[in-house]
Write a protein that binds this ligand. Structure first.
Ligand SMILES: [Zn+2]
Length: 103
């Protein structure tokens, strides 16, 4: 049995992508050029406690891979159970995963 098999067994036999429950994917469209961008938020490592009250927040700056360097600022707010409760975006708009195109 190889090392990777042992690691997988230690993880309960799940495929890594199936076990990625701590990920929250953000899909946006750049407000300047229309490029779609996505980023992965790690709900275990990327969230910071809010300064007031319970819950967490994170801030991501997304920049497309093309020549447009317009930053898209994303602010995500989560409750104490790390469930998304509010999201704010500047420089672009939120889209659905189905609208994301890697081109
Ligand atoms: Zn752009």
């Amino acid at each position: 049995m190889g090392l990777w098999d042992r690691v997988r067994q230690a993880l309960g036999g799940r495929r890594p992508e199936a076990g990625d429950v701590s990920a929250y994917w953000v899909y946006v469209r750049c407000g300047k050029c229309g490029e779609t961008i996505r980023t992965r938020v790690d709900l275990r490592n990327d969230l910071s406690p809010q300064e007031e009250g319970e819950g967490y927040f994170t801030h991501k700056t997304l920049i497309g891979r093309k020549r447009c360097f317009n930053p898209v600022e994303v602010y995500l707010y989560f409750d104490a159970n790390r469930q998304l409760i509010e999201r704010v975006i500047e420089g672009g708009s939120f889209i659905e995963a189905a609208d994301y195109h890697e081109d």
